[in-house]
Unconditional design. Structure first.
Length: 355
DNA sequence: TCCATTTGACCCTC
DNA sequence: GAGGGTCAAATGGA
């Protein structure tokens, strides 16, 4: 395990250093009359390098310690690498038994603040279609929790689900807990879109706009398609390469960022390659009270990563770049409370990472 | 008629 | 047994 960890750490550092070097090269290219192709190539390599690094980082986070289910007391099995094994296998057994059996899915949550003025603020959409299948009053919660699953569950066997609940402290903030990976066609489309839009989020918009048009008075459904800030908790790990960062970019302008209160990533989201079924950052939750609202993909400038290790439930903040796409990444301050994985990261001193 | 939502009941885990 | 997650029948809208 430790050897594996060492290898992961070194590789991670290597990838980050390479990313830095490539960025420098790109900077040089920008100052010279070099070809657009060269620049594109460098950009692609930089992105690749960082994606690898983040993947490795996921693994590292996974090593940090055992995690336990968050938020609920579900008995989800300890995380393991590779696809969540129970995700599909359960379907082979007795339907009655499996249908209600708790499954092990990657899981993370987001906190999203509703735009109070309009209730509808930008066409934000994670590109997925969700269908509400339940709602429950939760003990200790002032507001009911809504349960959604992918519309394509039956047709394509997509097992992604999400839960949406208003926060007690701030009813305008919704916590969205995502579970499972999208395996529907929408997922692959999003992944494709993401690779195209990594330098500028433009995708995933049409669906929602159409949805808004079609369902102007169904805020709940809209909620299920919108998105925003993130507080992420996940468990399990699936490292499908093609699902990394399916829509991960934050081309936000400051004035767009007034609604979302926090974007907090947890280890689990990262662990899930950030995007296994991770909706793009701008998804609004659904609630039973209102059917449609939007959130602004805001406050990315305050983008904070809330790394939670389930073992201790201790939360530590990862000072993440202002924007993943337009901020220097060298300012990360990543810390895990497991002792064996602590880093105050700086590109200038990558060796300090895993001392 | 189709599809999405609502809601009570059932099942699972702790 | 409590609490949470899911199912599925009932209901409503397009």
């Amino acid at each position: 395990m430790e050897k594996t960890m060492d290898w992961e750490q070194k590789t991670l550092i290597s990838e980050l250093i390479q990313g830095k070097e490539l960025a420098n090269q790109l900077m040089n290219q920008l100052q010279l009359p070099s070809s657009q192709e060269n620049r594109d190539f460098l950009v692609a390599k930089i992105l690749s390098s960082y994606e690898k690094a983040l993947s490795l980082f996921n693994l590292g986070a996974n090593f940090v310690g055992e995690t336990k289910p968050i938020t609920t007391g579900l008995s989800e099995s300890p995380r393991s690498f590779g696809s969540p094994t129970s995700e599909i296998g359960d379907h082979d057994s007795n339907h009655k038994n499996i249908s209600k059996k708790r499954k092990t899915f990657p899981r993370w949550s987001e906190k999203v603040k509703v735009c109070s003025e309009t209730g509808l603020e930008g066409p934000l959409n994670d590109g997925y279609s969700w269908r509400k299948y339940g709602q429950k009053e939760i003990l200790g919660a002032n507001h009911p929790r809504s349960y959604y699953r992918c519309t394509h569950r039956h047709v394509q066997g997509c097992l992604a689900t999400k839960q949406v609940q208003r926060l007690n402290e701030d009813a305008s903030v919704f916590e969205v807990i995502y579970r499972g990976r999208h395996t529907c066609s929408q997922s692959s489309q999003l992944a494709t879109a993401s690779s195209i839009n990594k330098l500028g989020f433009k995708g995933s918009k049409n669906t929602l706009q159409q949805h808004e048009k079609d369902n102007p008075k169904q805020p709940q459904d809209m909620l299920s398609n919108l998105g925003a800030g993130l507080k992420v908790k996940t468990e399990g790990l699936d490292t499908r390469e093609d699902d990394i960062f399916p829509l991960f970019s934050f081309p936000l302008t400051p004035n767009e960022c007034e609604s979302v209160e926090n974007h907090i990533f947890s280890e689990s989201m990262i662990e899930n390659n950030f995007m296994g079924s991770f909706p793009p950052p701008f998804i609004s939750p659904a609630t039973s009270e209102s059917n449609y609202f939007s959130v602004s993909p805001c406050h990315m400038s305050n983008f904070g990563h809330n790394v939670q290790t389930s073992e201790s439930d201790h939360t530590e903040i990862l000072s993440a770049p202002t924007s993943v796409t337009n901020s220097p990444i060298g300012d990360w301050d990543l810390r895990f409370d497991k002792g064996d994985f602590e880093l105050n990261f700086s590109f200038e001193n990558p060796d300090q990472l895993f001392s």
